[in-house]
Design a binder for this molecule. Structure first.
Ligand code: HEC
Length: 121
């Protein structure tokens, strides 16, 4: 039952933009982002539960850059795509030292991020 719900969410997310594949995205997320991020715990980067629709720089207790905290952004697919391609171009002075050049991989990861729920536990 639960897996059916997750699958439905993933399909809805995948159809919302580009042709991102949430299953592929989960693997790419683990490989590319997992060194610094996880879904439910803050690491070098903040946790990602509920990231789509979340205000940038808003996880309580995480030591964000002032630039990201005060950016006024609310993460949606288009902004996440720009952030992952070049965070410094989107938010000068931010502190994520990573860029993902492959547009398909970005779309897959964003489709996966959209399955992570509201983040309000
Ligand atoms: C080298 C470590 C590192 C890697 C790799 C990394 N990140 Fe980050 N990420 C960070 C840090 C640090 C921040 C906080 C930036 C700031 O405060 O300016 C961040 C912030 C973010 C944010 C904003 C979160 C928020 O709460 O506003 C998103 C979204 C994000 N990362 C997604 C990703 C994704 C997706 C990947 C993989 C493609 C990734 N990151 C890879 C370190 C990393």
């Amino acid at each position: 039952m639960r897996s059916a719900l997750v699958l439905a969410a993933a399909l809805a997310a995948a159809s919302a933009w580009a042709d991102g594949d949430a299953q592929r995205g989960r693997l790419a997320y683990e490989a590319r982002c997992g060194g610094c991020h996880s879904v439910d715990a803050d690491r070098i980067g903040p946790r990602h539960a509920g990231i789509v629709g979340r205000r940038a720089g808003s996880v309580p207790g995480f030591a964000y850059s002032d630039a990201l905290r005060s950016s006024g952004l609310v993460w949606d697919a288009a902004l996440l795509d720009r952030w992952l391609a070049n965070p410094e171009a989107l938010v000068p002075g931010q502190r994520m030292g990573y860029r993902l050049a492959d547009a398909q991989e970005r779309a897959d990861i964003i489709a996966y991020l959209a399955t992570l729920g509201s983040g309000r536990h």
